[in-house]
Design a protein around this ligand. Structure first.
Ligand SMILES: NC(=O)c1ccc[n+]([C@@H]2O[C@H](COP(=O)([O-])OP(=O)(O)OC[C@H]3O[C@@H](n4cnc5c(N)ncnc54)[C@H](O)[C@@H]3O)[C@@H](O)[C@H]2O)c1
Length: 548
């Protein structure tokens, strides 16, 4: 009996039939023929497991590598499970199209070049291709699930995808193959979780050599410098023993620009794993630290933006940043959690809550800072004799940082959810985001039961969210506008235009120090109310305008 075809849907809505049982052998033969040809040309075979935000671009960078005479030296197979949610990435990559949407035009170019011109990059759903690999690069996710809003201590690492991938690798690779974990992992994972899995799989297959396993984390910034942030950036690496350490050093020297951005080699994987976790926890902590001063500033007539700019004049303090409505992005909200969790669950210590005070607090503060934006919006509306319930509010900026389309864990999501819970009617505008999956597909994304939806009431209709591109139209009739992200398009908007487009004076909420003092003054002159995170001097401007 013919079985029903199942389709995997790309973000743009294109349907790709998910492979069936008989497709696997055909696929393996297709790849085997290409591998034989590549080997005959002297190329090394690299399999990249997971072609998401990091893996897809890393795979292209490896495929773009040339030897000393300028000839392509690697043949790369991006490998992805044929799950309903992710399979579409394979046929798209095989057409030379990037499965990740990026503001960096180099992403599309490098993928097209390697797939269609150099023919050094393909994608496959069949993990049997691992048997062809000289090097396997692991770029699957390792998440940290939080169960309570504002309490990361009850959360746990979700290593299922990573463990499954490592197990598959152990069952398929040749003994000489180097496995390089690039995934951000809980410290200890490479040596104490992944290595034993590989060793066990080798033993089962009667292989008596030690699996070659290394770790080197990614520092990619999906944005305008996406490709460069992988290729032209400092890397840290380590191996489980000397041979793997030498292997990973050699590989990274070949594929990355280590001449201008030297490689740091650590003795043990736990050191390179910890480097990543401390690096991101440090960043999350200095952002969270600013939250208390932001509140102080709001209540005491101080503009924290000016304070930060004044401090940054000192070269020793030049990396101070304003936190906006939380932190967001895939890494900063979770990485400290992986460290806290590993201390107990991988490394076996029971005193985690005595040792870890700052990292969990920082994450909790960052995770909940956006709720204050809802309070500011409510108060600004109240000062204009409007209620938040039923108010038409436009949120400008859905992504987690300026001038990117990445919405993962963005503070804006928390703002929207809280305001919707309070009864507001929200419209979204963002020049970089076409679909806000965290809202549109909140019942499945990031995975069933894991949406922030579960922390709020009245969220059901958010699946109907569309992201608007025409700001004047979006603002028509608005009672409040929230500037949540400092996208370029929002930096020089004129208050007169905003009020004209809205058709009435409105509440204006600035989450990122976007408004100049002149703009704030003008909004007040036009009869608007202005509130902002960390900007207490607004009250002074308001009094001056009222007095004048
Ligand atoms: N995105 C960033 O900005 C960034 C920056 C630095 C580090 N990292 C780290 O890089 C890692 C990967 O992140 P990402 O953003 O690429 O995640 P992602 O979710 O975009 O990609 C992971 C991919 O792996 C696939 N996958 C899962 N299980 C698999 C399996 N068993 N076999 C094959 N494929 C499988 C998923 O379907 C997905 O396509 C994470 O550890 C992350 O913390 C990400």
């Amino acid at each position: 009996m013919p079985t029903e075809t199942i389709y995997s849907l790309s973000p743009s809505g294109e349907k790709f039939p998910v492979p069936e049982k008989h497709d696997y052998q055909v696929e393996k033969e297709r790849v085997a023929a290409l591998v034989t040809k590549a080997r005959a040309e002297g190329k090394e075979i690299v399999v990249v497991m997971g072609v998401g935000f990091v893996g897809a671009v890393m795979a292209a960078i490896i495929a773009d590598t040339v030897d000393k005479s300028g000839n392509p030296s690697k043949f790369v197979i991006g490998c992805q499970r044929p799950s309903l949610r992710s399979y579409w990435k394979i046929p798209m990559l095989n057409r030379g199209e990037s499965p990740v949407k990026a503001e960096d035009p180099e992403v599309d170019k490098i993928i097209t070049r390697c797939v269609n011109e150099k023919k050094t990059l393909i994608a496959s759903f069949n993990s049997e291709v691992l048997e062809f690999a000289d090097v396997v690069v692991v770029d699957v996710q390792c998440d940290f699930t939080k169960y309570d809003l504002g309490d990361m201590r009850t959360g746990e690492a979700d290593m299922a995808a990573l463990e499954a991938t490592i197990k598959t690798i152990g069952e398929k690779i040749q003994p000489h193959c180097l496995t390089l974990i690039e995934t951000t992992v809980a410290p200890g994972t490479t040596e104490f979780v992944a290595w034993p899995i590989l060793k066990k799989a080798f033993a089962k297959r009667g292989i008596d050599s030690v699996p070659l396993l290394a770790h080197s984390f990614e520092r990619v910034m999906p944005g305008r410098e996406y490709v460069s942030s992988i290729r032209d950036f400092w890397r840290v690496c380590s191996g489980c023993e000397a041979k793997a350490r030498a292997g990973v050093e050699k590989f990274l020297h070949e594929v990355l620009n280590t001449k201008d951005f030297p490689l740091t080699v650590m003795d043990r994987p736990i050191e390179s794993e910890t480097t990543k976790i401390v690096e991101n926890s440090y960043r999350a902590t200095i952002l969270a630290y600013m939250n208390e001063w932001s509140i102080f500033a709001e209540r005491n007539g101080v503009d924290l933006i000016k304070v930060i700019n004044a401090i940054k004049m000192r070269p020793t303090h030049s990396n101070m940043i304003f936190p906006g409505p939380g932190v967001g992005g895939y890494c900063l909200p979770k990485d400290g959690g992986l460290g806290y969790w590993a201390y107990r669950h991988i490394l076996g210590f029971e005193d985690g809550d005595d040792v870890f005070k700052i990292t969990p607090t920082a994450i909790d503060i960052n995770d909940t800072r956006a709720l204050h934006v809802a309070e500011l919006t409510r108060d600004a509306l109240r000062n204009m004799a409007h209620y938040i319930a039923g108010a038409d509010v436009v949120l400008c900026g859905a992504s987690y940082r300026q001038d990117v389309g990445d919405t993962r864990y963005s503070g804006s999501e928390m703002v929207v959810r809280k305001l919707v819970e309070m009864g507001a009617e929200i419209k979204i505008h963002d020049p970089y985001v076409d679909h806000w999956y965290e809202l549109e597909t909140q019942d499945e994304y990031p995975s069933p039961g894991h949406s922030w939806k579960r922390f709020f009431r009245n969220q059901e209709h958010l699946t109907e969210t569309t992201v608007l591109k025409n700001l004047p139209l979006a603002l028509k009739g608005a009672e409040a506008v929230i500037f949540a992200v400092p996208h370029k398009a929002y930096l020089s908007l004129s208050p007169d235009d905003i009020v004209k487009w809205a058709g009435q004076p409105l509440a204006v909420i600035d989450c990122f120090g976007i408004l100049s003092d002149q703009a704030i003054r003008r909004y007040f002159e036009l009869g608007c109310e202005v509130k902002a995170l960390g900007r207490g001097h607004i009250q002074r401007i308001k009094s001056e305008v009222r007095r004048d």
